[in-house]
Design a protein around this ligand. Structure first.
Ligand SMILES: Nc1ncnc2c1ncn2[C@@H]1O[C@H](COP(=O)(O)OP(=O)(O)OP(=O)(O)O)[C@@H](O)[C@H]1O
Ligand SMILES: [Mg+2]
Length: 249
């Protein structure tokens, strides 16, 4: 089943004349882990923001199931955001430094009204346990967590709406190499257990190859190569992909 279908999407930042997303089209199927790789500044995060409608596209369409996210009303978009979550690169920047972890997660229920008052605490503890933290973290501030623990808290918050689709925008890039594998394993485990769909963004082809079914290669706002990880790793067609592979392995 097609979950997300993007067609001829464009975004230009006019002030600086940057064409950040330039005629991008692709489809993600339910239950799939689709990789997006490309060097810094090629447009990956811009694409993410377009999908979540945090910024406006110039033209194109983004169908999530049968709805074009670029055309639906704000209230419809708010409902859709429940099933569409994001995990950011830098968990410290994405968590409010003054808010305790328990409250950070419960804030999500306030926005989406998806958990009744009396079930909130238990659901929060369950989420913390799911990501390998637990009840003792409820009252901690982000500054009282390690980098890996902060990213786990960010994942718990993304799970608080029971999403079916998660965009992981460089979720392990800011972490120590020894912690990267732990967080990747957690993400893979969650994906399998909950049959989640991921758009998984990384500039590291090694990471992409270890968890993705298919991969798209992006350069200067355009998709230059697309296929299964097997095919692209063994037989890259574009010089750009070859250079990414050389810098990884
Ligand atoms: N708000 C903005 N205004 C103007 N230009 C922007 C804006 N946001 C991004 N850009 C430009 O758009 C291009 C794509 O940026 P984007 O953040 O999407 O890159 P990225 O692929 O996510 O890079 P990284 O791997 O470093 O996160 C860059 O040239 C960037 O300078
Ligand atoms: Mg980015």
């Amino acid at each position: 089943m097609e979950l997300l279908k993007i067609s001829s999407l464009y975004k230009t930042f006019k002030k600086h004349r940057v064409v950040a997303v330039d005629d991008v089209s692709f489809t993600i199927f339910k239950g799939e882990v689709l990789g997006l790789v490309g060097e810094s500044g090629c447009g990956k995060t811009t694409l993410t923001k377009l999908i979540l409608r945090l910024i406006d596209a110039d033209k194109g369409s983004i169908f999530y199931k049968d709805k074009d996210l670029l055309k639906i009303s704000h209230s419809d978009m708010r409902k859709t955001r429940k099933s569409l979550q994001i995990i950011f690169q830098d968990p410290y920047a994405s968590l409010d430094p003054r808010m305790r972890i328990g409250k950070t997660i419960e804030e999500v229920y306030d926005i989406h009204k998806n958990v009744p008052e009396h079930e909130r605490r238990n659901k929060t503890i369950e989420l913390l346990e799911t990501v390998g933290l637990g009840e003792t973290y409820l009252n901690r501030l982000p500054s009282e967590l390690s980098g890996g623990e902060r990213q786990r808290a960010g994942i718990a918050r993304a799970l608080a709406t029971d999403p079916e689709f998660i965009i992981c925008d460089e979720p392990v890039s800011s972490l120590d190499i020894s912690i990267q594998a732990q967080i990747l394993n957690l993400l893979i485990d969650l994906q399998k257990r909950k049959n989640l769909t991921y758009l998984f963004i990384s500039h590291d082809l090694g990471v992409i190859g270890s968890i993705c079914d298919r991969v798209m290669v992006m350069q200067s706002g355009r998709f230059v190569e697309f296929g299964t990880c097997d095919t692209i790793f063994k037989n890259p067609q574009q010089e750009y992909t070859k250079s990414l592979l050389r810098s990884t392995f």
